[in-house]
Write a protein that binds this ligand. Structure first.
Ligand SMILES: Cc1cc2nc3c(=O)[nH]c(=O)nc-3n(C[C@H](O)[C@H](O)[C@H](O)COP(=O)(O)O)c2cc1C
Length: 176
């Protein structure tokens, strides 16, 4: 698939998924796209857990009953960063940005391979959910789950939401 087609087709999918497993070869390609993302100072801080074990998936699914994609996805990808990131450049760290760049690469790869997903991040931040997921994934105390991506074949056709017109968000040379 052409890159610009993938960018326009990618959308957050929260609907029902086929139960067909996602082959590990595809999951590895998706995470490989995440690994290819840029990172601040090339520190490559994001780590990934590919989840395709049914009993573990069921435990994760029980945490998010409102989202059908999270309920039914035959695989998930967890993006892991440090709880207290090391400041690696002039007092700054870039772990959130590194993780976001990897996530967008993976969402585009998911789209290009005909699967669907949704960026689960805000949900993890509420009510200690990230801690509950971390416990299920046996994370050490100094790591946290920043983003979860359910991955599967969508049962329904959804489209990307409308975007504000180009002209309301973009100017040339100076802000106006
Ligand atoms: C930082 C960030 C956090 C997000 N957290 C969640 C989330 O926790 N749950 C969810 O269903 N969608 C989440 N989303 C998806 C957004 O709601 C979605 O991208 C937005 O509504 C635009 O829709 P689209 O992805 O279909 O273009 C998140 C997206 C981003 C970038």
């Amino acid at each position: 698939m052409d890159l610009f087609d993938a960018i326009c087709l990618r959308h957050s999918y929260r609907g029902p998924m086929e139960t067909t497993p996602v082959p590990r070869e595809d999951l590895d390609r998706i995470v490989g796209a995440g690994i290819r993302a840029p990172s601040g100072k090339n520190a490559q801080t994001t780590e990934f857990i590919i989840i395709d074990d049914n009993s573990l998936l069921q435990e994760l699914q029980a945490l998010h009953p409102a989202n059908k994609a999270m309920q039914q996805a035959p695989a998930m990808i967890a993006c892991i960063i440090d709880k207290t990131p090391e400041k690696i450049y002039e007092g700054y760290d870039f772990q959130l940005e590194d993780c976001a760049a990897a996530t967008e690469n993976m969402l585009l790869a998911i789209t290009a391979l005909g699967y669907a997903s949704v960026w689960i991040d805000g949900w993890l931040r509420v009510g200690n959910r990230a801690d509950k997921v971390a416990a299920l994934l046996h994370l050490p105390d100094d790591k946290k789950v920043q983003i979860l991506l359910p991955v599967g074949t969508p049962k329904e056709q959804w489209e990307q939401k409308e975007r504000q017109p180009f002209s309301t968000r973009v100017t040339y040379n100076r802000y106006s």
